[in-house]
Design a protein around this ligand. Structure first.
Ligand SMILES: Cc1cc2nc3c(=O)[nH]c(=O)nc-3n(C[C@H](O)[C@H](O)[C@H](O)COP(=O)(O)OP(=O)(O)OC[C@H]3O[C@@H](n4cnc5c(N)ncnc54)[C@H](O)[C@@H]3O)c2cc1C
Length: 302
């Protein structure tokens, strides 16, 4: 590996703005528990650490690949040569009146709990989603008839190609179902500001507990997974179509269509990315054969 690159990483580590894991098993760093080693798993702890990492990667001619809490990602079995940048060490949130600004790596479940304690409503649907703020804005994460687009006011981002920091206003996010303007661009979210509504803390907490109870009763949370594998198809509940196709319990290796929730593929132990991809293909082909529709994946293949 590039000597200058190693030196830059060491300097960032010494300054306390970066944590580095070398030959890091990605299976331990994602919710699916699947994936080979990453040559470098990089955890910047603040913005200067992140910008330093980007400049080191650019200098070494290595691609800059960023994830949040990796709860919607399938890492490859062969691992990743080069680096994966995890934003999760850049956490924390600052409240001011009705608004809260959260750093990219803040877990959305923790953010919802903090907002509740401040008597601010609007983020209850985040409670139980295992992602970070960056991933939630990128995906326009949502649940129980609510989504990120409703409460986000603006975000700050860093363009990994140009090195420019800019602010995106709400309307510039181009939000739609599980999509935002971040998708497919070189922009990385640094922080997001949400506008919330003052409300009774107990009522907010009641909604959060209700959502969590619904998750526990409907979702196979006892197994590693990446949540719903497919997006809703307009006019259909994909999980229901998968169930009706008789695919519940269908398995390839250690990957199985959950019996509890047909929209989830679970890792019953030792599942590989190859197993998951094969199972995804079986589901896609069967739904096309039976229903004539091409369902779209929500799960991201890294
Ligand atoms: C048990 C379970 C339940 C789930 N329930 C829900 C649910 O109810 N609703 C829902 O919407 N999702 C759900 N998910 C899926 C997942 O948690 C969400 O999509 C979440 O928003 C992903 O966030 P993340 O930080 O894990 O992002 P990752 O999985 O790490 O990344 C997702 C995408 O976002 C990009 N990204 C991440 N951080 C940044 C950043 N700072 N800047 C730019 N791009 C970034 C990545 O490059 C990647 O393309 C569930 C998953 C599991 C395992």
């Amino acid at each position: 590996m590039d000597h200058a690159f190693e030196k830059e990483l060491e300097e960032l580590e010494r300054s306390g703005s970066l944590r580095v894991e070398r030959e890091a098993p990605l299976s331990k760093l994602c919710s699916f528990r699947i994936g080979g080693p990453a040559e470098y798993a990089l955890f910047p702890k603040n913005e200067s650490g992140f910008i330093g990492v980007c400049s080191a990667l650019r200098g070494a001619g290595m691609p800059i690949r960023v994830v949040g809490n990796a709860s919607n990602i399938l890492f490859p079995d062969e691992g990743v040569r080069g680096a994966v940048v995890f934003m999760t060490a850049m956490s924390g949130a600052r409240f001011s009146g009705r608004s809260v600004t959260a750093r990219a790596g803040e877990r959305v479940t923790a953010l919802a709990s903090k907002a509740k304690k401040k008597g601010l409503a609007g983020l209850e649907f985040y409670y139980g989603i295992p992602g970070s703020v960056g991933g939630a804005v990128y995906m326009n994460a949502g649940a129980y008839e609510h989504e990120t687009a409703e409460v986000l006011d603006h975000s700050r981002c860093y363009d990994v190609k140009t090195g420019e920091i800019t602010e995106l206003k709400k309307e510039e996010h181009d939000f739609s179902y599980r999509h935002s303007a971040y998708a497919g661009t070189s922009r990385v979210l640094l922080s997001a500001t949400y506008l919330l509504t003052p409300a009774n803390e107990e009522e907010i907490g009641g909604r959060m507990e209700d959502y969590m109870a619904r998750r526990k009763s409907k979702q196979p949370l006892e197994y590693p997974s990446a949540g719903s594998v497919f997006k809703r198809y307009p006019g259909y509940f994909t999980a229901k179509l998968i169930d009706e196709a008789g695919l519940k319990g269908r398995a390839v290796g250690g990957a199985q269509v959950s019996v509890k929730h047909a929209g989830f593929i679970i890792n019953t132990g030792g599942a590989t990315a190859k197993d998951v991809k094969e199972l995804v293909k079986i589901i896609e082909e069967e739904l096309y054969r039976r229903n004539g529709i091409r369902i779209e994946r929500e799960l991201i293949y890294f």
